[in-house]
Design a protein around this ligand. Structure first.
Ligand SMILES: *[C@@H]1O[C@H](CO)[C@@H](O)[C@H](O)[C@H]1NC(C)=O
Ligand SMILES: *[C@@H]1O[C@H](CO)[C@@H](O)[C@H](O)[C@H]1NC(C)=O
Ligand SMILES: [Fe+2]
Length: 457
């Protein structure tokens, strides 16, 4: 298995558009951070700093330390993801090596099943060595069932998750550009506030931005949610973390920590894959790996779409990081948006994809069904949901007048809910963070393309 194939030899400046220095430094690895900052200064020209627009002030950045009652052999940063139709990948980290096993079962404290997997680690800029990263696939599992589990035979901590249903209805939480600030915390609280089955994240996870201890902090921040429901993610520009000469590999941390089920979907890269859950075929695309019509990703997408059986999965949903439709002034004209759209929009349209979720722009925007820049009943609805709460703040300037195909736009933090009710209907809601409250600010019923005879699915 090679997680690292198909990584674009990445030189586009816009990918680093958002870069800011980490604004907190724990005493741990201070040397490392100083070194990293020195390296980054020397490459600031290459990275293309300095472009900015007016955004409300971001909230404080969080740093989540290991809790006092845990030690070097305690599992931390536990998160889970779907594998195939009835399995789950359990990922966690320890400082000292422990067994790569997960014990699990349907009764609290009684683990009738056990599975083992692999352990790995990575180094970054010589000064940072990750903890031991575990990767264990468990199953087959019953649908819609609560499981209890422990990691590495460690009985200090018991975790639990619920498997998703096999049939509709199913509910997804959707949020991009999460980061780790006080805003992120409130978004995560709102997500945890009502039940859902699967989390979808269209890129930009930790905003570690080369400072690797922030990946660990992010893992601890999301663990309460990510250990309980599958988190299915794709990469954003903040996951690239390539520094010419000093760290020439892209996506090192992302690939090591967030292994998604690409092998099961016939993909040869962790940067793009698909999965099916209940009646929904979800495709995760990579905005920061090759997407041109002669690329491996394009060919994979074409083959993946050809395999979709609309009787089994009446809905097709696609996630990307850089939006193809965007009327915010932020991130206009980037190749990852315009070039990828030019290459792949026809494929999605031809396959009658229902919805495309994107991140990158730190705001919320919902478009009409579109194709080739025009309203089109058989095109997908495009939704930008890059408003998770990262430290760069909001993208609050819009192009005026509002294009007709943009139906709702607002620069506030929040998250989305995609409730697929049956073959024909789904409810989309955007929950805005009104400080401590979560307010449903946009609601719309979506009809699937299979329920519209005019689109000839
Ligand atoms: C799990 O094991 C216990 C005894 O160790 C047994 O009583 C129980 O029926 C088992 N549960 C399942 C689901 O196999
Ligand atoms: C699907 O759900 C919608 C919304 O609840 C409902 O109006 C419709 O009748 C349902 N269709 C079927 C076939 O059950
Ligand atoms: Fe981004």
């Amino acid at each position: 298995m090679n997680l690292f194939r198909n990584n674009r030899n990445y030189t586009n400046h816009s990918a680093f558009y958002h870069f800011r220095f980490p604004c907190h430094c724990s005493s741990m690895a201070l040397t490392g951070s100083l070194l990293a900052i020195a390296f980054l200064f020397s490459f600031s020209g290459f990275l293309g700093f300095g472009i900015s627009y007016d955004r409300p002030p971001p909230r404080n950045t969080l740093s989540v330390p290991l809790s006092d009652d845990l030690d070097e052999s305690s599992p931390q940063q536990v998160h889970i993801s779907l594998v195939g139709k009835d399995k789950m990948r359990i990922s966690w980290i320890t400082e000292d090596e422990t067994p790569a096993t997960v014990d699990y079962g349907v009764t609290k404290g009684a683990y009738n099943f056990s599975a083992s997997g692999s352990v790995s680690s990575y180094t970054y800029l010589i000064v940072y060595t990750s903890g031991k990263i575990y990767d264990v696939v468990i199953g087959p599992l019953e649908p819609n069932t609560l499981y209890f589990y422990r990691c590495g035979s460690n009985s200090q901590r018991e975790f639990s998750f619920r498997t998703p249903p096999v049939e509709l209805p199913i509910e997804f939480a959707v949020v991009g550009d999460l980061g780790q600030t006080e805003w992120t915390k409130s978004t995560l609280e709102h997500i945890a506030g009502s039940t859902f089955d699967v989390m979808l994240l269209p890129g930009d996870l930790s905003y570690a931005d080369f400072y690797q201890p922030l990946w660990d902090s992010f893992g601890r921040l999301v663990e309460p949610l990510a250990s309980q429901r599958p988190w299915m993610v794709t990469q954003g520009n903040h996951e690239i973390e390539k520094i010419p000469v000093f760290h020439s590999q892209s996506f090192t941390s992302y690939n090591a920590r967030w292994h998604m089920p690409f092998e099961e979907s016939g993909s040869d890269s962790n940067l793009y894959y698909s999965f099916e859950v209940a009646g929904v075929h979800v495709i995760m695309l990579g905005s920061y790996t090759d997407f041109e019509t002669d690329s491996a990703q394009y060919k994979w997408l074409q083959a993946d779409l050809a395999k979709v059986d609309r009787n089994r999965t009446p809905w097709i949903v696609v996630l990307i990081h850089a939006p193809w439709y965007n009327s915010n002034t932020a991130h206009q004209g980037e190749y990852e948006s315009d070039g990828m759209k030019k290459s792949m929009e026809g494929l999605l349209y031809g396959a009658r994809v229902d919805v495309v979720f994107a991140g990158h722009v730190h705001a919320y925007e919902r478009f009409a069904r579109v194709y080739s820049d025009k309203a089109d009943n058989c095109g997908p609805i495009h939704i930008t949901i890059g408003d998770g709460g990262n430290r760069e703040g909001l993208a609050s300037k819009y192009i005026d007048p509002k294009p007709e195909i943009s139906l709702f736009r607002e620069a506030s933090f929040g998250h989305g809910r995609f409730k697929v009710v049956n073959t024909s209907h789904a409810l989309w809601e955007w929950h805005r963070n009104d400080d401590v409250q979560s307010i449903v600010a946009d609601t719309v019923w979506l009809r699937s393309h299979v329920s519209d005879p005019a689109c000839e699915v």
